[in-house]
Design a protein around this ligand. Structure first.
Ligand code: 76R
Length: 281
């Protein structure tokens, strides 16, 4: 019996993945009239508190302070400020969130949305090599111990990726982030394709992406089971036109053309301490 891309088949397997930092995007509107009504001193004290939180919480040291945090001014009316946090655990993200809620400036901020995810790389290629090696050894996916053997075969690839998934937030002046999911339609269902079919599409995706490697740093974080979309896509670039060019190119590529569903797009300008001071003073 032949199987089409839309028929569920027994051999459907999720890709193996490697995870790194947990990620929180959180956005806020500032209540400008009330904020401006504060005295200059009160405002400066509140800004110092905000900068202290970003710095204290943004150390890329070990233990509780491991990870990174960055602030962005949001362009458009979706929000005024966006904070991006990388942390070792969900509990650490929550810690950053509750510390922010206790800041003086929090009394002037209104929630404008959040997203929880974890940096992720899928092992489509390394997984395929590993499967082929196991097949040569006479192992089949139904054998006991297959999952462990697969894990061992991909160990080197995993170690390489684990480091890449725990980098600081890329220092580029512009951020474009959006949530996305893979389609589960009647005609096009990402989750009903075989691993090989998806690997083929992801190879094309990766090759296209590589053309933009110098201009954009892409951070994909997985959110299945964590939030309302399946991934967060973060693109960091110095020239915002690159976002339009890259996302347009992707729209014409098989993986996105047939299978991508998009949430709202957010554009932010990265703010250092001075930038935040200027913005809020
Ligand atoms: O990580 C790698 O370098 C390997 C190749 C690669 C993977 C596995 C890769 C490369 N991506 C991967 C996974 Mn991507 N990516 C997006 C979007 O707007 C759209 O149409 C889609 C949003 C963009 C713009 C983009 C850019 N990528 C993924 C996944 C997970 C899918 C899964 O596991 O099923 C998603 C949702 C996703 C979405 N991708 C690249 C880029 C760019 C620029 C690259 C090249 C990066 C580089 O080589 O440095």
């Amino acid at each position: 019996m032949s199987t089409s891309a839309t028929e569920p088949v027994a051999a459907i397997e999720p890709p193996q993945t490697v995870e790194g930092w947990y990620v929180l995007h959180e956005a806020f509107h500032l209540d400008w009239p009330r904020w401006r009504a504060l005295s200059t001193d009160q405002r400066h004290t509140a800004i110092d508190g905000l900068l202290g939180w970003l710095r204290r919480d943004a150390g890329s040291g070990a233990g509780d302070s491991a990870g990174d945090s960055a602030a962005y001014a949001v362009v458009g009316q979706k929000a005024d400020l966006l904070f991006l946090h990388y942390r070792p655990t969900i509990a650490h993200l929550h810690q950053a969130q509750t510390a922010r809620q206790r800041l003086a400036i929090a009394a002037y901020c209104r929630d404008a949305g959040s997203f929880v995810s974890v940096t992720e790389a899928s092992l489509y290629e390394a997984g395929a090599h590993a499967r082929a090696a196991l097949q040569r050894q006479g192992l089949s996916p139904s054998d006991p111990g297959y999952a462990d053997a697969l894990e061992r075969e991909t160990a080197t690839a995993r170690r390489g990726l684990e480091q890449r998934l725990r980098q600081p937030i890329p220092v580029r002046s512009h951020l474009c982030w959006y949530p996305m999911s893979k389609r589960r339609g009647e005609q096009h269902n990402w989750y009903a394709m075989t691993l090989d079919q998806r690997r083929h599409l992801m190879r094309g995706h990766g090759q296209l992406g590589q053309l933009f490697r110098d201009q954009v740093t892409q951070v994909v974080s997985g959110a299945i089971g964590l939030d309302d979309w399946e991934w967060a896509v973060d693109l960091h670039a110095d020239d915002p036109l690159t976002f339009k060019k890259l996302v347009t190119a992707m729209r014409y590529d098989g993986a996105s053309a047939h299978y991508a569903e998009f949430g709202p797009f957010w554009i932010g300008l990265r703010q250092d301490d001075e930038g935040l001071r200027r913005l809020l003073s």
